[in-house]
Design a protein around this ligand. Sequence first.
Ligand code: NAD
Ligand code: MG
Length: 379
Amino acid sequence: MKNITILGSTGSIGTQTLDVIANDPERYRVVGLSAGSNLALLIEQAKQFRPSVVCLANKELAEQAKAELPSGIQVLYGEEGLVELAANADADVVVTAIVGSRGLPATLAAIEAGKTIALANKETLVTAGHIVMERARQKGVSVIPVDSEHSAIFQCLNGEDVKSLQQLTLTASGGSFRDRTRDQLAGVTVAEALNHPNWSMGAKITIDSATMVNKGLEVIEARWLFDVTYDQIKVLIHPESIIHSFVEFNDNSVIAQLGLPDMRVPIQYALTYPERRSTPTGRLDLAAIGKLHFREMDFARYPCLKLAFECGRAGQSAPTVFNAANEVAVARFLNGEIDFLGIERVLERVLERHSVTAVNDLQAIAEVDAWARKEAAVI
Ligand code: NAD
Ligand code: MG
């Protein structure tokens, strides 16, 4: 029996995590759930899974939740509540399925409390990978990837000596606009951008997939999870999302992880690792698929990925700025304030204005993050 807390239980990863749990009920107990503002779904989840504690984005929502929840469930709210939830003594594993760098304090609190981290919230590693991974190392805490590409690499590296790793390749579906030229990106709508060909995900990551920022965040995430250099990380377009990623060793042997695109597989693996259990997901039939396609990443077509590599290599405050500016730019695009290509314009301009500095602690990260958000809001 594993005790699970989910930060962001009402989102795409959160609901799929609960689906995995519901499929193997003897195996798990849900200890804590958190949501932003989707009170109705959180209450439904709490009634079904009976956690001992829940958290909502603010006090008003928490008051409403108290009135509707079965008695005996503790209700927390806000950033402090999320930190308390993440550190709750009863949990063994904390699934970080919240979106954005706002997940950082809670992720660190879970690490401090010695919880295994099933990490979906990639923005935390992008904004403060050096701090998160160092604390996890000091505390002896495992950070197990949920992101499909990183789960694939994690699985490929199982039992291998990381020193013999030559290169890892993250595959990229290409997102909603993969068959369009740059000229055809002007004037695309929010609805078109939200229509991902292979995956059904939250709004922010779907837009990030279309701009290829998502792959950029994943490059930086991979750098921290697997302790590799940026020269060892490659990105390859693979429209079918069947090969989730692969690794190449120094003997030129390549190991890949394959499967249908269904996040419940990597989510469950993060919960059961090192064990494997059956899932309610579909099985891969390569003969039925027939062909898999690959093409070289085109950095001129996807300049945000180039920017991400540059920020990763620059290190220090650059990834924090990249992430924060992107969070604001995506929110502005979703609100109809800027156009699709405006996202990369915001990123480029905020990064141009930024002088890279050391960010050795959370305070420094928070200051740089706030600066980038302010700049990104007015470009
Ligand atoms: P989502 O938007 O569907 O869900 C986000 C969750 O965060 C929701 O539960 C929401 O209530 C909560 N939240 C939002 N604002 C909040 C706030 N102010 N306070 C507290 N909680 C708040 O997002 P998602 O697609 O599930 O993605 C979650 C994370 O997982 C992201 O970091 C994303 O990059 C990563 N990820 C997602 C997928 C996927 O398939 N969806 C795949 C790989 C990685
Ligand atoms: Mg991914």
